[in-house]
Design a protein around this ligand. Structure first.
Ligand code: AP5
Length: 223
């Protein structure tokens, strides 16, 4: 039986984290989100976190060698053996090539790269209204509100706004996406792995499209 090995790709605020939560309700996959891993390192004040913080606050990418080291360890861990969901990695051609090498070493194949397509002006609206819980659950004050304003539905802790969600940093992150990450669309399209999803629909509609896409992939691969 083949593993389900997925990458979620798209601009900042496209809904990768939101849909990752929903995919994980349906599929038992190791969830590997480089942004969450880095934010945890920053919160814990580890050497990695100290190194990463200035890049993240400026809206820049953390250098490839730092990220590749971090992800290589995680891909080799036991829970990733039966399938994984990568969110926010790879983000450069260099990272994608390093991932190819790591997968070959572990004799694994990518199943698909799911691209969430959302125009820049919508991204700015989404990120300015985003609120997150300490555990990383994602809400939007207008589009996906919690049951009680400012409070996480699951553990009741206060929701916060991310440090890098300031308007000027968001514009920088978008520019970095177009410059350094969007070339991955062609990289994976050439390999026949790209699945495009209209990310402008509601979270529930996007979920339905993702479910349909994954169901087709599973049928084709005879999971
Ligand atoms: P990271 O945490 O990965 O951030 P990102 O890619 O910029 O993505 P976001 O988390 O901002 O957005 P998302 O697509 O998950 O959207 P969400 O679901 O939250 O990275 C942060 C930083 O870490 C980077 O800038 C970089 O410095 C560093 N980093 C991380 N990985 C790296 C790597 N590989 N290499 C180098 N550096 C790295 O949704 C956004 C909002 O919209 C939410 O409020 C949500 O409720 C709402 N929403 C979601 N879907 C919908 C919908 N369909 N309709 C309406 N609203 C919606």
């Amino acid at each position: 039986m083949a593993d389900l090995n997925l990458i979620l790709l798209g601009p900042p605020g496209a809904g990768k984290g939101t849909q990752a939560e929903r995919i994980r309700e349906d599929e038992d996959l190791a969830y590997i989100a480089t942004g969450d891993m880095l934010r945890q390192a920053v919160a814990e004040g580890t050497p990695l976190g100290v190194q990463a913080k200035s890049f993240m606050d400026a809206g820049d990418l953390v250098p490839d060698e730092v990220i590749i080291g971090m992800i290589g360890d995680r891909l080799g861990s036991a829970d990733a053996r039966d399938g994984f969901l990568l969110d926010g990695f790879p983000r450069t051609i260099g990272q994608a090539e390093a991932l190819d090498v790591a997968l070959r070493q572990h004799e694994r194949d990518l199943t698909a790269v799911v691209l969430f397509e959302v125009p820049d002006e919508e991204i700015v609206r989404r990120i300015s209204g985003r609120r997150v819980s300490a555990a990383g659950r994602v809400y939007h004050v207008e589009f996906d509100p919690p049951k009680t304003e400012g409070i996480d539905d699951i553990d009741g802790t206060p929701l916060i706004q991310r440090d890098d969600d300031r308007p000027d940093t968001v514009l920088k992150r978008l520019a970095v996406y177009h410059d350094q990450t969007s070339p991955l669309i062609g990289y994976y399209e050439e390999r026949g792995l790209l699945q495009r999803i209209d990310g402008t629909l509601s979270p529930a509609e996007v979920r339905d499209h993702v479910r349909g896409t994954l169901a087709t992939l599973k049928r084709e691969a005879d999971f």
